[in-house]
Design a protein around this ligand. Structure first.
Ligand code: MG
Ligand code: MG
Length: 263
């Protein structure tokens, strides 16, 4: 296991790739409403990413269990946890859709995910989304220089489980840089003293995947889509961060998305 620590110049390139992901997700936020299909969202995302001189890293991403990923974004609706494939089924009022997006720009990767509401969603679903987003920021806050990676998972897990939500354990956050997935793994669970020490130059994606009910999941026959076994909804929020100059720096951004959500 080799962790590639990044220079200040590399971190700025990563920021550009990640800000583009944030802007792409905001473009999708503008389009998400009852009746739109996830395939339409995929088209918007791919065009936007390519128009900005980048490549959608998810498209063609290899799968050890089946064919490569066919789209530019993952769209996971309701009980789909991660890796949902865009399709022609219209989103409905009350759905949630997690949109995970990755870019490659000037040799470095961006990776971020946001769970959007479609129309009006129930109070308990709102609570799931709020808690998952809070857990992401608690994980980020825990990623301080000199601490261990386990602090992040401990922060995410304790926050979500205290509210009765489930933490998916089969999928984890990750190092990121020239490749979308690098070492180390960043689980959303664990003990404070576990894992590698956090050093200046570390770039990681933190991505809690949190379920309303049981955290047990299953893989669908397309060999990509992961669903909750109890069919209760799941949320997924992800930021790419860098630890440098002794502090935590969030490279991706929800600012544009949240502006749209308020309107
Ligand atoms: Mg992602
Ligand atoms: Mg990721």
């Amino acid at each position: 296991m080799q962790i590639f620590l990044k220079t200040e110049e590399e971190i700025e390139l990563m920021r550009a790739a990640n800000l583009l992901v944030g802007k792409t997700l905001a473009e999708l936020g503008k389009a998400i409403r009852p009746g739109v299909t996830t395939l339409e969202l995929d088209k918007i995302a791919e065009e936007y990413i390519r128009d900005n001189g980048a490549v959608p890293t998810f498209k063609g991403f290899p799968n050890p269990y089946g064919g490569p990923f066919p789209a530019s974004i993952c769209t996971s609706v309701n009980d789909e946890v991660v890796h949902g494939i865009p399709n022609d089924k219209p989103l409905q009022d009350g759905d949630i859709v997690s949109v995970d997006c990755g870019t490659l720009l000037n040799g470095f990767c961006g990776d971020s995910c946001y769970t959007f509401c479609v129309g009006e969603v129930s109070e308990e679903v709102k609570q799931l989304l709020k808690t998952t987003k809070e857990a992401l920021y608690k994980g980020i806050e825990a990623a301080q220089l000199g601490r261990r990676i386990g602090e992040i998972g401990y922060a995410v897990q304790s926050h979500c489980e205290a509210q009765g939500f489930g933490v998916v354990k089969e999928f984890v956050g990750h190092g990121i840089g020239r490749n979308m997935h690098e070492d180390p793994q960043v689980p959303n669970f664990g003990k404070r003293g576990d894992g590698k020490q956090i050093k200046n130059g570390l770039c990681i994606a933190i991505e809690p995947m949190i379920t309303m009910g049981s955290p047990k999941i299953g893989m669908m026959s397309d060999r990509w889509t992961v669903k909750t076994l109890d069919h209760k909804p799941a949320a997924h929020f992800e930021h790419t961060i860098a630890i440098h100059q002794g502090r935590v720096d969030i490279l991706s951004s929800f600012d544009e998305i949240e502006k749209i959500e308020k309107n």
